[in-house]
Design a protein around this ligand. Sequence first.
Ligand code: IMP
Ligand code: MG
Length: 192
Amino acid sequence: MKDINPDIVKVLITPEAIAQRVIDMGNEVAHAYHESVPLLVGVLKGCSLFMADLIRNMNIALEMDYIAVLSYTEAQQQASGAVRIVKDLDSVIEGRDLLIIEGIVDTGMTIGYILRNLMARQPRSIRLCTLLDKPARRIVPVPIDFKGFEIPDHFVVGYGLDFLQRYRNLPYIGILKDEITGLARNKKNNHA
Ligand code: IMP
Ligand code: MG
């Protein structure tokens, strides 16, 4: 692998491991939709790299759309509970089979809000596909139909995931140093 970014304390998932898992997920998801044309709904911006790779491993007819929400107060990276849509879907989804594509499910508040919001528009079905699942911090239970990796309670970046909009371009999933996130004190409390 190329040089590791100095802000990264540890590479959690290598580019090779991501690529292998995404191939398997693409096949699995495609199989689930061999009888309908699903609408893939990417949750921006964390989904971007994952979705681009996933669809290249889905050998079926599909359509794509995107939604963007704001869920965290940028400065603190803490769940506020307040979620709002900043970019809505272009498509009418009534009667469609939706597959939501997320980068990571943490507390579940963001995806919980998105699921409720989209459900109200009466699609035929909704399933959820996330690259990462961080179950330790779950507050809102969410049904995950397809999951790439379960990860421990660390703040991770790369492969689409950011900290203050940076690091999305890292080709691996890495744990960010505590001195960068400023979460060192909180973590001490949480894990005491
Ligand atoms: P939730 O609402 O707590 O499930 O958080 C979901 C959103 O928070 C994700 O879509 C990410 O944007 C962000 N997030 C949560 N955990 C992380 C992380 O470890 N790294 C980067 N972003 C995260
Ligand atoms: Mg983010």
